[in-house]
Design a protein around this ligand. Structure first.
Ligand code: SF4
Length: 241
């Protein structure tokens, strides 16, 4: 069984190396972090929990345990016979790698491409790593207000950086984030030479436009790739699009 929040598409991958690509989106339930600015709290911030993130959700309404074959069927229906690219997001998808491995085996047999998004705290299982095509890792900074002991797992970050399928992306609130980013990048470069992206912290088009000039300037100054958020530009805060 896979704990699913929603499956939707066709849509456009909004961020990272494949930004702009037509995809089906599989959003999974549950996360091991609780970032204060999380834009998908409906995957983990259940009523009755003590997390500081302000908006609470009903777990029974948001989380759906589905058989792997039913998830596959829903993905194929959303693809409308045209698209063969899947984005697996969350929440934290790597919490369900064992189940996802079974799903990926079936999708790969049908010729699909699949990418996954992760916060970089859960070690990659070899079988899952072999099947996935692209891994977008976004380690969380102090601006998330998650405790450092939860959000930075040096051994796991090293394992991810050593895998050429992995790119990294940092969510930037202000210039004060740069020393922490540089320190994590130094750690990553002890294991590999992954692409590094900086993306503005934003939940609205206005926030994106406000931070964009600074994050572009910081990207250029530190030789990182600037990353926008097409989903905010296209759909704002609407879900399932
Ligand atoms: S890791 Fe991602 S899904 Fe989890 S709380 Fe942070 S932003 Fe939200």
């Amino acid at each position: 069984m896979i704990k699913v929040n929603e499956i939707f598409g066709p849509t456009i991958q909004g961020e990272g190396k494949n930004a702009g690509k037509p995809v089906v989106f599989l959003r999974l339930s549950q996360c091991n972090l609780h970032c204060i600015w999380c834009d998908t709290p409906h995957t983990w911030n259940w009523k009755g929990t003590k997390f500081a993130h302000p908006v609470k959700f009903n777990q029974k309404e948001e989380e759906h345990s589905q058989r792997i074959d039913d998830v596959l069927q829903a993905i194929l229906e959303k693809a409308e016979g045209e698209i063969k690219s899947l984005v697996i997001s969350g929440g934290e998808p790597l919490l369900q790698q064992k189940e996802l491995t079974e799903l990926l085996k079936k999708l790969k047999a049908l010729g699909w491409y699949a990418e996954v998004e992760t916060n970089g705290t859960v070690p990659l299982r070899p079988e899952f790593a072999d099947l996935i095509d692209q891994i977008n890792c976004s380690p969380k900074l102090a601006n998330s207000l998650d405790p450092e002991s939860l959000r930075i797992k040096k051994k796991t970050l090293g394992q991810l950086a050593a895998n050429p399928k992995v790119n990294f992306k940092f969510v930037v609130a202000s210039e004060e984030d740069i020393p922490e980013i540089l320190s994590i990048v130094e750690l990553l470069r002890q294991s590999g030479n992954p692409e590094i992206r900086l993306m503005p912290l934003c939940q609205t088009r206005e926030e994106l436009e406000m931070r964009e000039p600074l994050v572009k300037e910081l990207s250029a100054r530190h030789n990182f790739i600037y990353c926008t958020r097409l989903s905010i530009l296209m759909s704002g805060t609407r879900r399932g699009v």
